[in-house]
Design a protein around this ligand. Structure first.
Ligand code: CO
Length: 134
């Protein structure tokens, strides 16, 4: 069911500094900052030949990544995103398998304006998983 790795997301305490690390130190190609109020994050994407890195910073008062940053003040890996062909079929299959979908279970437009869902880390080897329909 899961397809390509779309991105790995890292929460960072300073988005400009993290962008500089990926652009200047690692020589990566980085995007502009994009605010996603629906998800409570500001993002920068690092474009790699085979996937992307998503740098995340809290946006707004109740950002879902704010508690993560409190627990990990220097930042850290937050989630991995796999591509699926049909997000509703993927969700229904996972729910039937007993996996927990976060939030209200309805896909929302993600960083690329494509529908995304998040899956409970305890059901997936301790890692928060994002599914994106491509
Ligand atoms: Co993501």
């Amino acid at each position: 069911m899961i397809g390509r790795l779309n991105h790995v997301a890292i929460v960072v305490p300073d988005l400009a500094a993290a962008t500089a690390v990926y652009r200047d130190t690692l020589g990566g190609t980085v995007s502009e900052q994009v605010e996603l109020p629906l998800h409570g994050v500001t993002t920068v994407f690092v474009m790699l030949p085979n996937t992307k890195i998503e740098l995340l910073h809290p946006l707004g008062e109740d950002s879902p990544v704010a508690p993560f940053l409190e627990k990990n003040p220097s930042g850290g890996m937050h989630h991995i995103c796999y591509e699926v062909d049909d997000i509703y079929a993927a969700r229904d299959r996972l729910v039937a398998e007993g996996a927990r979908v976060l939030g209200d279970g309805e896909p929302k437009p993600g960083a690329h304006d494509k529908p995304v869902l998040f899956l409970h880390p305890k059901d997936f080897c301790g890692t928060l998983v994002e599914l994106e329909q491509v």
